[in-house]
Design a protein around this ligand. Structure first.
Ligand code: SF4
Ligand code: SF4
Length: 172
């Protein structure tokens, strides 16, 4: 994992490549784990020594990952864990990955530091656009501090297949 400060990113849009859902184990908060277990069964999760995770399929991808050809979707949607909602960004109160000035972000007087994981295919590097700075990143911050749950700019807008995906997992 390598992180870059947000001021080196021109823009970010999820292109639904599914790479993140194949690459990492998703850590669950206890309430998230409980909701998922109640809806899908405990077998869709894994208990580690100190943490709870989403189960991964034999190819390493999350068991809730769905696809239409080369376009990937999350089958959890309205139960999507916060770790997934925030990826590829880290919203921190300390400049953990360096370059503090480039990572600094002011949110209504709250001093934060934002970095992005360079493994994400949706990052475009350069000078941040107004929309990325004032709309997209603010949404990530609001998700991170818990004043927002719904996603708009922080997820793929290729959502036309969503109803099919949730049917597959028995929500509808
Ligand atoms: S967040 Fe990034 S890596 Fe994950 S599906 Fe979207 S573009 Fe791909
Ligand atoms: S819960 Fe959804 S977003 Fe998170 S890893 Fe699984 S498929 Fe991807």
């Amino acid at each position: 994992m390598q992180f870059v400060p947000w001021q080196s990113i021109a823009d970010w849009k999820c292109i639904a490549c599914g790479y993140c859902c194949k690459l990492y184990s998703v850590v669950l908060k206890f309430p998230e784990w409980l909701r998922i277990v109640k809806s899908f069964g405990v077998e869709k999760t894994v208990a580690g020594l100190n943490q709870l995770y989403l189960k991964r399929a034999s190819d390493g991808s999350c068991v809730f990952l769905c696809n239409f050809g080369s376009t990937y979707y999350c089958g959890l949607q309205n139960m999507k864990p916060i770790a997934c909602k925030l990826w590829p960004f880290k919203v921190l109160t300390e400049p953990k990955y360096g370059q503090a000035r480039q990572a600094a972000f002011d949110y209504n007087g709250m001093k934060l530091f934002i970095y992005a994981d360079t493994m994400c295919s949706g990052l475009r590097y350069g000078t941040p656009t107004w929309e990325f700075n004032h709309i997209t990143l603010r949404e990530f911050v609001e998700l991170a501090v818990g004043i927002r749950q719904t996603q708009s700019k922080s997820t793929s807008n290729l959502a036309f297949a969503y109803p099919l995906q949730v049917r597959r997992f028995g929500i509808l």
